[in-house]
Design a protein around this ligand. Structure first.
Ligand SMILES: NC(=O)c1ccc[n+]([C@@H]2O[C@H](COP(=O)([O-])OP(=O)(O)OC[C@H]3O[C@@H](n4cnc5c(N)ncnc54)[C@H](OP(=O)(O)O)[C@@H]3O)[C@@H](O)[C@H]2O)c1
Length: 278
């Protein structure tokens, strides 16, 4: 039995789907089983990594787990898992752990990686760069008009499709990989202005990028993320202006098939940009 935590998230939902497609027995935990919308064939149990009392039932009979990094809350999961026969953990981490200077996001994920490594369980870390799914944050603007306002339109990145992040994690589970850390990114360098144009092509509309001043963007983001994380992200965008982002061959190396392009991601999510988000 493979347990998927974070199963309702961008990555976890795809981990569930791909494990089912591979014929595996899958259990998922969520804090909201009634609205999880997970596919038939997966056993869905209530579970919360910050509430250890929910974990023994979730972990019973489980040998392998895809672990979502709820910061500061992995120790109980790892301890209870080990006591009940868990053998392998594939952790969703972040490429930010490899950055040369310490940063809030990388530091939190490093703590998660260390907790997993020190648990005595077999582990693999999946360290993605920027998710293509971050651009779903533009859906409300695109539903409301033809303009996307964001800071640093010329910042380049090589974002990765959540299906590819999941595929690397699933490969690690199916192959029972141990002691691997996969630094994964997308297959092409694109600026935000270019991504907005590609999104427009996917939904059959001409979209335009408009520069949002940093301070306005910061004000908006600060309600959703800790200030250190916001500044780290904005600094990252600022430093990516005028650059070409490094692309990564690792998805193809691990999965045996090419990573999805941004145009493929946009086509897959076209409906998310056509409807008005709830
Ligand atoms: N976005 C990026 O560019 C990027 C890049 C690198 C790394 N990352 C990392 O990737 C992660 C985000 O992944 P994602 O986009 O797939 O997630 P997501 O879509 O934001 O979903 C969050 C998931 O976490 C689960 N969760 C939250 N709190 C929980 C708790 N206390 N106990 C159990 N489950 C809990 C939620 O489950 P329920 O609500 O169903 O309980 C949900 O499935 C973050 O750690 C982020 O730092 C992101």
């Amino acid at each position: 039995m493979i347990l998927v935590t974070g199963a309702t998230g961008n990555v976890g939902r795809n981990v569930v789907r791909q494990l089912l497609d591979a014929g595996e027995k899958v259990r998922a935990i969520t804090r909201h089983p009634e609205s999880a919308g997970l596919p038939d064939g997966v056993e869905v149990l209530p579970g919360d990594l910050t509430r250890p009392e929910t974990l023994p039932a979730a972990l019973r009979g489980v040998e392998q787990a895809f672990l979502f990094p709820v910061f500061g809350s992995l120790d109980d999961f790892l301890r209870i898992g080990k006591e009940s026969g868990l053998e392998q953990v594939v952790l969703l981490s972040s490429g930010a752990v490899t950055f040369p200077t310490p940063n809030w996001i990388g530091d939190r994920h490093l703590e998660c990686e260390r907790a997993v490594e020190e648990s005595g369980l077999s582990w693999t870390h999946v360290r993605p760069g920027m998710f293509m799914a971050n651009d779903l944050a533009w859906a409300a603007q695109i539903a409301a008009g033809d303009v996307v306002r964001a800071p640093y339109g010329d910042a380049a990145a090589a974002p990765i499709d959540e299906r590819d992040i999941a595929a690397v994690a699933v490969r690690a589970l199916l192959d029972r990989q141990a002691g691997e850390a996969h630094l994964i990114g997308g297959p092409e360098s694109l600026t935000q202005i270019e991504r907005v144009r590609i999104l427009g092509e996917a939904i059959g509309r001409e979209l335009r990028f408009e520069e949002l001043p940093r301070e306005q963007a910061r004000e908006h983001m600060i309600g959703q993320l800790p200030p250190q994380a916001v500044d780290f992200m904005l600094d990252g965008l600022a430093s990516a202006v005028g650059r070409t982002a490094e692309v990564s061959p690792v998805v193809e190396q691990v999965t045996g098939r090419p990573a999805h392009t941004y145009a493929q991601w946009a086509a897959h999510h076209a409906d998310d940009f056509r409807r008005t988000p709830a």
